[in-house]
Write a protein that binds this ligand. Structure first.
Ligand code: CP
Ligand code: NVA
Length: 308
């Protein structure tokens, strides 16, 4: 059976940990000379309905590092679900490439691609989640602290796609997850409920609150993301009124553990969810985190092809 990578929720804790360990190994190997061509002759088709820097370049380079190649398909070219149905795109593209990665608006489209394509489908961000980001996030946290078990990881801001995947991975791996969101901007109730079932198995503690100050108390990781995600542009002004108390600035970082690291999936809106001082300060890990996308995705791809 083909192996998709659609959501963190679909993976077992063992699978996640094994991909993380593999990704760290592949990173070390790359730094000391290069990776073996594990994906030689494999080509990835990359469907983008939204802009991207990290996802596009890191997936392309991940394929190249492993001896494969990647094709970029822009929003205008494919017209996913508009020029052609998602099911037809999936079936046609699957005859040309060996794996499909897609960044979409509606999560349903990722599920539909996975259903119709007879090659693996990797979720490169949807309006629901961002699992490849969460793998790079967990990898960054593991490199910093050894593992996630018992670690206090706090998200401050919008309960969005990035927050949802972070919640899932922390709950799968036994970390403690706290999120402070304004009322009305919480993570979707079904995702919370599902994460609570993961937490029962892993021993995670999960807290869903509104006060950013209470949320960062004792935190080893403070994570934030944009207040307005791609596709929500019409709400920008409204959100700009609600979110300022959730800015990750030096005062808020000073309320966390002294060794706390600050993370952001990027792109950052400096002066909004994250100040320059914090983004460029000693607690920040935003660039190593972005670079880890490359290695985390190598790990994901190698496993999707059943290698490594
Ligand atoms: N973090 C992230 O996915 O960045 P891009 O939108 O640039 O791909
Ligand atoms: N939450 C953001 C993440 C961008 C990588 C968005 O969906 O726009």
């Amino acid at each position: 059976m083909k192996k998709d990578f659609v959501s963190i929720a679909d993976q077992t804790p063992e699978e996640i940990q094994s991909i993380l360990d593999l990704s760290i190994r592949l990173k070390k190997e790359w730094k000391s000379g290069g990776n073996p061509p594990l994906l030689q002759k494999k080509v990835m088709g990359m469907i983008f309905q939204k802009p991207s820097l990290r996802t596009r370049v890191s997936f392309d380079m991940a394929m190249r590092h492993l001896g494969g190649d990647a094709l970029y398909l822009s929003p205008n070219e494919i017209g996913l679900g508009q020029r052609e149905s998602v099911a037809d795109v999936a079936r046609v593209l699957a005859g040309y490439v060996d794996v499909i990665m897609a960044r979409v608006f509606a999560h349903e489209h990722i599920l539909e691609l996975a259903r119709w394509a007879d090659v693996p489908v990797v979720n490169g961000l949807s309006d629901y989640d961002h699992p490849c980001q969460a793998m790079a996030d967990a990898m960054t946290i593991q490199e910093e602290f050894g593992n996630l078990k018992g670690l206090n990881i706090t998200f401050v801001g919008d309960g969005n796609n990035v927050a949802t995947s972070l919640l899932q991975i922390v709950a799968k791996l036994g970390g403690n997850f706290t999120i402070a969101t304004p009322a009305g901007y919480e993570i979707k109730p079904a995702a919370i409920q599902q994460a609570q079932s993961f937490a029962k198995v892993s021993g995670s503690q999960l807290n869903f609150i509104q006060d950013p100050h209470a949320a960062v108390k004792g935190a080893k990781v403070i994570y934030t993301d944009t207040w307005t995600s791609m596709g929500q542009e019409a709400e920008t002004q409204e959100r700009l009124k609600v979110f300022p108390p959730y800015q990750v600035n030096s005062q808020l970082v000073a309320e966390a553990d002294a060794d706390a690291i600050v993370m952001h999936c990027l792109p950052a809106h400096r002066g909004q969810e994250l100040t320059d001082e914090v983004a460029d300060g000693s607690h920040s890990r935003i660039f190593p985190q972005a670079h880890n996308r490359l290695h985390a995705q190598k790990g994901i791809l190698v496993r999707v092809f059943g290698k490594g």
